[in-house]
Design a protein around this ligand. Structure first.
Ligand code: HEC
Length: 202
């Protein structure tokens, strides 16, 4: 073996160990949830007007379609039947409206009935603080996220009211579908939870 090949082997070995060493260096990965920054709603309406419109239109659509499905189901199957219908229809409607408006949308609460309605990370402070006003967040890539409060109306008490006033049949259905249900005991006008919407940048 001549000097040149010894040198080449040495250089190669150093190169490989530097490469391996580098691959162990920890490169921090951006944490998406913490890069959402709260923005004042007035500012958001000016700066992100079209996205804000998309967010409120999607919220209105989900709210009104849920309401008509719910009243239809109560009329045809009674409130106890509506519990079962609600459990399949509500998540489907959220997906369908998300596709229609090109947003991600859902409902969440500080007192969950359906555990899969858990809040997205960016709205943890809204849930913990029981924020009763609309809240808007923005990310550096131009996307926005908004949370809008949902209040208890008279029709909601059938399934979210005081446990003593909820019909036995309804209670049976609730326990069957949602053994961990926390969403009873609300009164008229109470904060029940929030619609949340994420809208990508234009
Ligand atoms: C017929 C019974 C029934 C009625 C009436 C009803 N809900 Fe619900 N609610 C449910 C069921 C069942 C779920 C869980 C299904 C789902 O959304 O995933 C639910 C879930 C929710 C959620 C999602 C958060 C969570 O806890 O999972 C919100 C918010 C909510 N209801 C608000 C309301 C409001 C506001 C009204 C009145 C306008 C209302 N509900 C009327 C049965 C009902």
């Amino acid at each position: 073996m001549n000097k040149i090949s010894v040198l080449l082997i040495l250089v190669g070995a150093i190169g490989i160990s530097v490469y391996l060493g580098l691959s162990f260096v920890n490169i921090p990965i951006a944490d998406n949830s913490s890069s959402w920054k709260p923005v004042p709603i007035g500012y958001a309406q000016g700066e992100y007007g079209l996205q804000m419109q998309k967010a409120t239109s999607a919220r209105d659509a989900l709210g009104s379609r849920l309401m008509s499905q719910l009243t239809g189901a109560i009329e045809s199957d009674g409130p106890q039947g509506a519990v079962g219908i609600c459990s399949t229809i509500a998540p489907q409607l959220a997906t369908q409206i998300g596709n229609e408006f090109d947003v991600s949308i859902g409902r969440t609460s500080h007192k969950l009935r359906n555990q899969s309605n858990v809040a997205p990370d960016w709205m943890q402070d809204v849930v913990d603080g029981l924020v009763e006003e609309p809240s808007v967040f923005a990310k550096a890539d131009g996307s926005i996220a908004a949370a809008y409060p949902i209040r208890i109306a008279a029709a909601c008490l059938l399934c979210h009211g005081d446990p003593d006033t909820i019909l036995q049949d309804v209670q049976d259905q609730l326990i069957m579908h949602y053994p961990e249900d926390q969403a009873t005991g609300f009164g008229l006008g109470d904060l029940r939870g929030w619609f949340w919407i994420e809208v990508a940048g234009e």
